[in-house]
Design a protein around this ligand. Structure first.
Ligand SMILES: *[C@@H]1O[C@H](CO)[C@@H](O)[C@H](O)[C@H]1NC(C)=O
Length: 235
């Protein structure tokens, strides 16, 4: 019986109506023990030939398709969420800019026995809250390329000597400085601007070097400012 062809199966089915259920059982058993290739396509042969009826035979391909579609949607949703947070980083999350000046003074700041960060306490802009006026330290809320500037100004009486030196520092590393040490001028001003790659949490500040002093800045002309030019995408 194992060599029965599909055509003869049909003939058997046709005649089995009157032969009753014994022949049907035989047909079913024959199909179930079939060892050759059956023309099932992607369908479930087990199901088709072991008595179950109708659409259940396509259940597995349908389930697979549903599973595949679901996983694709999960993947797409993930991708969309990631894109959304990246857009947020590039726009709203990244407005970072500050400008601060020292409070006007008639006397001098310094000299100190060590390098001290200057606290520019008059803050006119602090978007993103990266700048701490009490310490004079900017802590980057986001990694990116930043621009930093500072202006050094000092004025002394005729008999005194201008003796200032300031440096822009990132995490303890000197980036740029400005200084004056002479007996001819009694007033001097200079500015520095640098572009810096900064990681989130890095600290940038301006130091007055030990032994030096800033004097007579009655206008609060000493300034420190910075802003994010563009962010780096963080993983
Ligand atoms: C202060 O800064 C100068 C110039 O960068 C450096 O040579 C010196 O070591 C610093 N002093 C301290 C105590 O860090």
């Amino acid at each position: 019986m194992k060599t029965l062809t599909l055509a003869s199966l049909c003939v058997l089915v046709f005649f089995s109506d009157s032969v009753a259920s014994g022949a049907l059982d035989l047909l079913q058993d024959t199909a179930a023990s079939w060892t050759g290739r059956l023309p099932c396509g992607g369908w479930d042969c087990e199901c088709a030939f072991k008595g179950q009826q109708g659409c259940c035979c396509a259940a597995k391909p349908l389930f697979d398709l549903e599973e595949f579609t679901f996983m694709r949607m999960v993947g797409l949703w993930d991708g969309l969420s990631r894109l959304n947070s990246q857009i947020n980083e590039v726009t709203a999350g990244c407005k970072i800019a500050f400008t601060a000046n020292i409070l006007p003074m008639t006397g001098c700041l310094g000299p100190f026995t060590s390098n001290v960060s200057i606290s520019y306490q008059s803050v006119s802009l602090n978007q993103g809250n990266g700048y701490n006026p009490a310490l004079g330290i900017f802590t980057a809320p986001h990694s990116g390329l930043y621009s930093f500037s500072f202006t050094a100004y000092s004025r002394v009486g005729d008999t005194d000597r201008l003796y200032q030196k300031m440096q822009l520092v990132k995490n303890g590393q000197v980036i740029a400085s400005s200084w004056e040490d002479n007996r001819e001028d009694s007033e001097d001003s200079s500015s520095q601007t640098v572009l810096l790659k900064v990681q989130r949490g890095s600290q940038v500040y301006v130091e007055l070097l030990s032994g030096r002093q800033l004097c007579g800045d009655t206008q609060g002309s000493n300034a420190f400012s910075g802003y994010l030019i563009y962010p780096f995408t963080e993983e």
